[in-house]
Design a protein around this ligand. Structure first.
Ligand code: ZN
Length: 169
């Protein structure tokens, strides 16, 4: 059973996704090490544009279509969670003017040689359309299919759809 995300965290992720539009936002949800549950929301900085400007060959996409967490920030997080006895539960990011699906680029990052890059970590994708966060979906590793699949139960619990009239504003 996956823990339900507190509504305040969902709002907080939506707020971050809207604030960083038209760039993708990213971050992590941490949990107590070796136990179930979640403990902390840890937004990260999307450095994709810096790397794209410096090295367009290896980083062909801009932050509108990709996210990249600086290795230094990853190191900071590793230090943080060692102190607090936490571990990474979920990596989240937003899609700019696209649905909350798991894209080929997401798969490329999440799967290394047929195995999860971060074993035990799920992925949360938030859709931001015209600057408004509309929904989020969780993707879990499917051992048999060797692929990430949308979590149907989490979808029911986590998805917050906003009505069409609000989207039009
Ligand atoms: Zn993505």
């Amino acid at each position: 059973m996956k823990p339900a995300l507190p509504e305040t965290w969902i709002k907080s992720i939506y707020t971050q996704a809207e604030a960083e539009y038209p760039k993708e936002c990213c971050g992590m949800i941490l949990g107590p090490k070796g136990k179930s549950g979640i403990s902390r929301l840890r937004p990260c900085k999307n450095r994709q544009d810096d790397y794209h400007a410096r090295d367009p060959e290896n980083f062909p996409r801009s932050a509108r279509a990709a996210y990249f967490i600086d290795p230094r920030e990853l190191l900071e997080i590793q230090k943080e969670i060692r102190k607090t006895s936490e571990e990474i539960r979920i990596i989240y990011h937003s899609h700019v003017d696209a649905g909350a699906h798991f894209s080929e680029e997401d798969r490329r990052i999440a799967i290394s040689e047929g195995e999860p890059t971060y074993p035990g970590v799920d992925y949360l994708v938030v859709s931001v359309i015209k600057g408004k966060a509309t929904e989020m979906n969780l993707f879990l590793w499917d051992r048999e299919k060797r692929d990430y699949r949308e979590s149907s139960s989490a979808r029911e619990r986590w998805r917050i759809s906003r009505n069409e009239s609000e989207l039009q504003r």
